[in-house]
Design a protein around this ligand. Structure first.
Ligand SMILES: Nc1nc2c(ncn2[C@@H]2O[C@H](COP(=O)(O)OP(=O)(O)O)[C@@H](O)[C@H]2O)c(=O)[nH]1
Ligand SMILES: [Mg+2]
Length: 338
């Protein structure tokens, strides 16, 4: 192991926030020459990772996730916990202002010494979001944060990836969003362990109550993800900070239940294995695509498949053969694309 990785890892371990920020920046880096250092760093902190409640919070933009995390977070640190918040929001890269917006919505948290708020990295690259968030979680844990929240927008792949790296997956919805079964079906995620109806205040309070009860019925129809936990729906107001302590109590009950049943431990083992396989898939695919022999034929083969001139399975076999032969001849070190 290089000195820098060891050094950085031990600084992270002391809870040094600048070191933590630097470490996360390193694992977020897409530069190939940073990857080795990042891997060493993760190796070094691995024994100290895993000691947190990992919570994913998902929901449509504007539903109030950041406001909720600020309210919940302040409560959680008032109980003596140390909280890290990571955001996974690919849109924050494009809509310039929203990183700052998120920062501001969690302003009080961001200023606390017991919390660490890390917005999504800017930049165009979409790939690797899951990997770098997983690694950032581990770094935060090694730095002593015992509650980690990952905020993500509630769309497709993103949501699934986040659900795959946390213990508890929270779906946040607006009052009125479950007024018909169709709406619930569209809105509800199979992944939800807890549905939080936010904005239960002012004029929206009655609707929030109805929505909570609609979701309470709906979550019973979900295929349960845990033996020791049945998904439930609650309501709160992040703005007025009511119902927030109750949400935290539920999170603690969840945590105790799934630890007690041994499911948390087995879930995390399965997540680690799934992570390894997704690394292998990504590495292999990237080798495959950069393989000279494959690259030469890929366009034509794709056209043939699209036109129905070549069966997909034959095409795959042909490209894989090219790939394997190329690998054997050591042709993977392809010249850079210009
Ligand atoms: N009335 C009401 N508005 C809220 C509540 N929580 C958040 N908001 C508002 O909803 C908007 C979006 O909040 P934000 O936290 O950025 O949502 P996010 O996109 O899901 O992170 C902001 O204008 C908030 O002030 C709440 O509990 N009640
Ligand atoms: Mg937000």
């Amino acid at each position: 192991m290089t000195d820098t990785a060891t050094e950085l890892a031990s600084q992270v371990r002391t809870g040094d926030r600048r070191a933590l920020a630097q470490a996360i920046t390193l694992v977020e880096s897409m530069r190939a020459d940073h990857r080795a250092g990042a891997a060493e760093l993760i190796d070094a902190v691995l024994p100290f990772a895993g000691r947190s409640i990992r919570i994913g919070i998902s929901g449509a933009p504007g539903v109030g996730k950041s406001t909720f995390i600020e309210a919940l977070g302040l409560h959680v640190i008032s109980l003596g916990h140390k909280l890290a918040v990571l955001t996974v929001d690919p849109s924050s890269a494009t809509s310039g202002g929203s990183i700052l917006g998120d920062k501001t919505r969690m302003g009080e948290l961001a200023r606390s010494h017991h919390a660490y708020v890390r917005p999504s990295p800017g930049g165009e690259h979409q790939g690797g979001v899951a990997r770098r968030t997983r690694e950032a979680i581990m770094l935060c844990e090694a730095a002593g944060f015992d509650v980690v929240i990952v905020e993500t927008i509630g769309v497709g792949q993103n949501e699934i990836e986040v659900a795959d790296m946390v213990d508890l997956f929270v779906l946040m919805v607006n009052p009125g969003s479950g007024d018909d079964l169709q709406g619930i079906k569209r809105g509800i995620s199979e992944l939800a362990d807890l549905v939080v109806v936010n904005k239960a205040d002012g004029d929206l309070a009655p609707a929030a109550g109805r929505t909570r009860s609609d979701y309470s019925d709906a979550v019973k129809l979900l295929h349960p993800r845990w033996r020791a936990w049945v998904p439930i729906a609650v309501s709160c107001s992040s703005l007025e900070r009511t119902g927030i302590a109750e949400v935290w109590d539920i999170i603690e009950q969840f945590s105790a239940a799934v630890r007690g049943s041994g499911e948390l431990q087995s879930r995390r083992r399965a997540q680690s294995l799934a992570w390894m396989w997704s690394e292998i898939r990504e590495e292999l695919l990237s080798d495959f695509r950069s393989n000279v022999a494959v690259r030469g034929d890929l366009g034509e083969v794709e056209r043939a498949v699209a036109d129905g001139r070549l069966a997909p399975i034959d095409a795959a076999r042909r490209l894989l053969d090219l790939f394997e032969r190329g690998e054997q001849r050591g042709l993977t070190q392809s010249p850079p694309v210009t």
